[in-house]
Design a binder for this molecule. Sequence first.
Ligand code: ATP
Length: 234
Amino acid sequence: MLELRGVNTFYGAVPALRDVSLSVREGEIVTLIGANGAGKTTTLMTICGGIQPRGGEILYEGKPIHRTPPNEIVRMGISQVPEGRLIFPELTVQENLDMGAFLRGDRDGIRRDMDYIFSLFPILAQRRRQAGGTLSGGEQQMLAISRAIMARPRLLLLDEPSLGLAPIIIHQIFGIIQKINTDGTTVFLVEQNANQALKIAHRGYVMENCRVVMENSAQALLNDQAVRKAYLGM
Ligand code: ATP
């Protein structure tokens, strides 16, 4: 579904991605783990069209997208939940969700997806008239995920959904990510919380210093000595 081939991205003269290659197959949860500053967010930004790579290719369903503008990439079925959630704090929960559906015209589909979201996160239905900024961190993460789903993606990109959340909320949100996946959405999950991410993923990639240094099934990475030592604190 998604393939990065030898992607090189720079901030000015400073390289941020060096020869990054990875793939996501339809139906999978694939995770990209790595330490602070490894290049995970830059990988997502490059896929979404926020930054243009200077070298390499990004293919989505066989079509090159590395020169495609971000709004067109959303239209093609890729939607991102950014790091730090970035919901609209002044807008209500309902208005935040409406923003997610901005590029869509199918009213019945939008209503169906809204019902789907309220079934995943009943708390958002209760809070639909409340300003987004008044929600707890966990609820804001739920809203950010829901807003991305309102664009009806086939591929959902998530940047550190566990950031700053309590373990019980992380567990709940990762359970929902798994449900979204079994309901038919392919997921690419960037995480520093390698343990949780590898527990729900099918496959994983490890990133260090702007490069992908390891790839394997999530189970094999969970059992790998080097990964356990560096990322699982074992
Ligand atoms: P984190 O977990 O902290 O988000 P990350 O793995 O997502 O880390 P990136 O944010 O992609 O890492 O950063 C990769 C490298 O690019 C780092 O060295 C970082 O300092 C640098 N970098 C990130 N954003 C910018 C920017 N806007 N301008 C210049 N350098 C940047």
